[in-house]
Design a protein around this ligand. Structure first.
Ligand code: UD1
Ligand code: UDP
Length: 359
């Protein structure tokens, strides 16, 4: 069996790392194809280095662009590469344009497609990710659902039960593998003079939030109010796209500490020790839940309802008053919950399943 593992963005590299390392461990023939959707050192290469992943055999260098431009370029590049390599199965993870284009290219070449993190739904088609998820799931032959809930969603859409495997989310594998290392090797708390449990951690990069001036300014104002109210640092490692929009909209962010995106170990260290995490990221909602840290999601919906059900996460939207209200609630939360995303063996399970089913 020869596997083509396709990645393109920061979360895909992190969440695919357990699968890649398992291929390495078992000596399974595979290669990495990188679309180049993310390309800045701190959004891309730093994760290969830190997670000790081999270099991609191919990088399509597609870079940034409109939805169609980026998706189209990946579609063309992936098709060419897959025709040359003829893998037995193509594996993608998540909901980015890289995932959509790769699944489309592979399935149109009649190649088998495995989709990791299948069955997530926000039911919000204004987000490009929702379209990417739905189409990818319906192209896939092997759907690796993180939870029973996601399996039920797939069944409800008419996907055959034989194609669906509940494995947990590979993000758990990545967190378990790296969290202790993060505490030992991470230096960000020390460098910023932060005390454990005495700061808020922010990520915010969704196009639906940052490209809309009203929503983005609501978020920034909410963060400023939290900073004033708790007299506590508000730490925001900012995605390059969000930094661009912050400047373009001339938003005043006094009181919010902006950092360039940080590497994975430092981010885990920041996450594990934060009082509350505020985010619009998918992976961060999951990681906060796994690490036992309360999370406020600055959106009106989430494709990770498991986090709401266990009580690790609440939805605040982007109005400053509502953000402050949700933070107050989570700040005083004195509650433990079980991690709903599996036992940290998803990477191993996925490779075992592929070994059995791919002929
Ligand atoms: C993409 C995914 C999103 C995911 C996120 C992870 C889609 C539709 N969106 O969003 O689901 O949560 O990645 O972070 O696939 N840029 C850089 N350097 C980079 C990459 C991007 O400066 O390495 C800047 C460019 O200005 C670019 C902008 O960020 O135009 C947006 O990048 P893009 O890849 O289109 O989408 P993300 O917002 O990163
Ligand atoms: N992350 C990181 N450094 C940062 C911000 C995030 O390493 O400065 C990691 C984080 O631990 C998580 C992943 O990036 O695993 C989430 O990626 P992102 O928020 O970009 O995408 P999403 O999950 O929303 O698709």
């Amino acid at each position: 069996m020869k596997i083509s593992i396709i990645v393109g963005t920061r979360p895909e590299i992190i969440k695919m790392s357990p699968v890649i390392l398992q291929c390495e461990h078992l000596g399974i023939p595979y290669f990495i194809l990188h679309s180049g959707q993310h390309y800045s050192y701190n959004m891309d290469k730093v994760f290969f280095e830190q997670l000790e992943l081999p270099e991609p055999r191919y990088n399509l260098d597609v870079g940034s662009g409109s939805q169609a431009e980026q998706t189209g370029k990946i579609l063309l590049g992936v098709e060419k590469t897959l025709m040359k390599e003829k893998p037995d199965v193509v594996v993608v993870e998540g909901d980015t344009n890289t995932v959509l284009a790769s699944a489309l290219a592979a399935s149109k070449l009649q190649m088998k497609v495995g989709h990791i993190e299948a069955g997530l739904r926000s039911y919000d088609k204004t987000m490009p990710e929702e379209i990417n998820r739905v189409v990818t799931d319906h192209c896939a032959d092997y759907l690796f659902a993180p939870t029973e809930k996601s399996r039920q969603i797939l069944l409800g859409e008419g996907i055959a039960q034989e194609k669906i495997y509940v494995t947990g989310n590979t993000v758990v594998d990545a967190v378990f593998r790296n969290v202790q290392l993060a505490e030992k090797k991470g230096n960000v708390l020390h460098e910023l003079g932060l005390k454990k449990q005495q700061y808020f951690l922010i990520t915010c990069h969704r196009q639906s939030n940052i490209e809309n001036r009203e929503r983005f300014s609501g978020i920034i104002e909410g963060l400023q109010r939290i900073h004033k109210r708790y007299e506590t640092p508000v730490i925001y490692p900012i995605h390059p796209h969000s930094r661009k929009k912050l400047q373009e909209f001339h938003l005043d962010y006094e009181g919010v500490t902006l950092l360039d995106p940080v590497d994975y170990l430092n981010f885990l260290q920041l996450e594990k020790n934060a009082k509350v995490v505020l985010t619009d990221s998918g992976g961060v909602q999951e990681e906060a839940c796994i690490l036992g840290v309360p999370c406020v999601t600055m959106r009106n919906n989430t494709e990770r309802p498991e986090t709401l059900e266990v009580g690790s996460n609440v939805l605040s939207g982007t109005e400053p008053d509502k953000i402050v209200e949700c933070v107050t609630w989570m700040y005083n939360l004195n509650k433990k919950w079980d991690n709903p995303f599996g036992s940290g063996t998803a990477g191993k399970q996925i490779i075992e399943i592929l070994k059995e089913v791919v002929v």
